[in-house]
Write a protein that binds this ligand. Structure first.
Ligand code: ZN
Length: 430
């Protein structure tokens, strides 16, 4: 029996070194220490090394993590799969299918209902903050941004919602329109985002993007090089543009798949620039595994699609992993469960032997990138927003779905009921 309100003590829980900066206790080789947590008035009043003689419930060494931070999603696209599947599992198949669905079906009501469904799932799984990209190809920006603003208000206090506009870099060529979009994003306190790939005028267009971000005081969020083509070096171009524009805001870059296909010397040069420019990188392991190296004629994929997170982290580049797409043509699966993302990342990206501080990739690091003070770690004086798992070790935690995890928000266990897919049936008919 676990108390879910008022003041209480959770005794004998496992906390991770990388997520509990204030805890002084003996940590084991996996980075865990046994601890006791006191909660009062929705806050953590203390975290101390486990004391057998202390009052409170003995939780038998179960793991507690801070609530998750999901810094790269597409909840405006989410759950359209039943009406618009990807015909062949390729990136181009995804792009074309989504474009057709957006043009035909993305009314304010359609977008709002799917967004709300996504947020309820994320909340039930233990996510506390989420950034979504918002397809902003005209005229969709006029429809989706007001929906986003309404949704952000409705969810305030449960999920901190951030939005970043999403368009191909070529859209920036229409300077007047892009200027209007940047103003719209600024009015919504959003983030300026574009998708970069190798176009002849990439440097010029990036300068436009940086100029607008500086002009409006916006952070930046890129999709870069989501391809196996080794000639795709837009990550390097973004880092160079950040340096020569003297950009001081936060920059998050997603995907960077082609980096893993490039010669070592080129990689090192790019990573030097990424570190110097202060870029953060988010890998989207599930989506990359699904789309990258998709081969014709039912042949088998031969690479994992993810970027070089280990090499980045070794250089001090902030790195995160996130959900990306859920049940849309870019990824047929997913439910915005960041435990699933972390479990898959552990397997695809080798977040183990040692686990080290990889747990920060779904908590503290994306919180920093999203400027969310006090999110993503557990500390005395902080909000009592955490997840209590059954697992007592990494192998226990990451072997089962942990569908019975307990999510505590403001000191209280929340109702973890997931929305029923049948709710969306009305949006799926022709
Ligand atoms: Zn994405």
């Amino acid at each position: 029996m676990i108390p879910t309100f008022g003041s209480y003590h959770l005794g004998n829980v496992r906390l991770h070194r990388s997520l509990t900066p204030g805890l002084s206790a003996p940590f084991d080789a996996d980075g865990f220490a046994l601890a006791d947590i006191a909660v009062a008035d929705g806050k953590i009043s203390s975290i101390t090394a486990h004391d057998r003689s202390a009052d409170g419930v003995d939780l038998g060494g179960r793991i507690i993590l801070p609530c998750f931070i999901d810094c790269h999603t597409h909840i405006d696209k989410g759950h359209i799969w039943p009406r618009k599947p990807n015909p062949d599992g390729t990136f181009m198949g995804a792009l074309n299918a989504t474009g057709a669905d957006r043009t035909a079906r993305w009314s304010a009501e359609d977008v709002a209902r799917r967004m709300d469904f996504s947020l309820r799932s994320a909340y039930a799984h233990g996510t506390r903050a989420l950034r979504t990209h918002i397809d902003s190809v005209a005229p969709q920006e006029e429809i989706s941004w007001p929906v986003f603003e309404t949704m952000r208000e409705a969810w305030r206090g449960r999920i901190e919602l951030q939005g970043a506009c999403l368009l191909g870099i070529e859209g920036v060529r229409d300077r007047k329109w892009f200027d209007r979009l940047a103003k719209r994003v600024a009015a919504a306190k959003g983030v300026l985002g574009v998708v970069t790939y190798m176009v002849p005028d990439l440097e010029e267009l990036l300068d436009q993007v940086f100029a607008q971000a500086i002009n409006h005081g916006l952070d930046l969020d890129f999709h870069a090089d989501e391809t196996d083509d080794a000639a795709a070096i837009s990550l390097k171009k973004i880092a160079e543009a950040a340096l020569w524009n003297g950009f001081e805001g936060n920059i998050l870059v997603g995907h960077c798949c082609s980096l893993a296909r490039q010669p070592d010397l080129d990689v090192l040069d790019t990573l030097d620039k990424v570190a110097k420019a202060g870029l953060a990188v988010v890998s989207l392991p599930m989506c990359n595994l699904y789309l990258q190296d998709r081969r014709p004629d039912q042949t088998t994929p031969r690479w994992r699609g993810v970027t070089l997170l280990h090499e980045m982290k070794a250089r001090g580049i902030p790195v995160a992993v996130a959900s990306d797409n859920t049940r849309d043509p870019f990824y047929a699966y997913g439910d915005l469960d960041m435990l699933e993302v972390y479990r898959m990342a552990t397997r695809i990206l080798h977040f183990d032997h040692p686990v080290a501080d990889w747990p920060r990739t779904v908590t503290a690091t994306p919180a920093d990138v999203m400027r969310l003070d006090g999110f993503g770690t557990l500390a005395a004086g902080g909000d009592a927003d955490f997840i209590l798992f059954k697992g007592r070790s990494w192998t226990e935690l990451l072997s089962r779905p942990e569908s019975d995890r307990i999510v505590v928000r403001g000191g209280r266990a929340i109702d973890r009921q997931l929305p029923d897919y049948a709710e969306l049936d009305g949006l799926m008919v022709e």
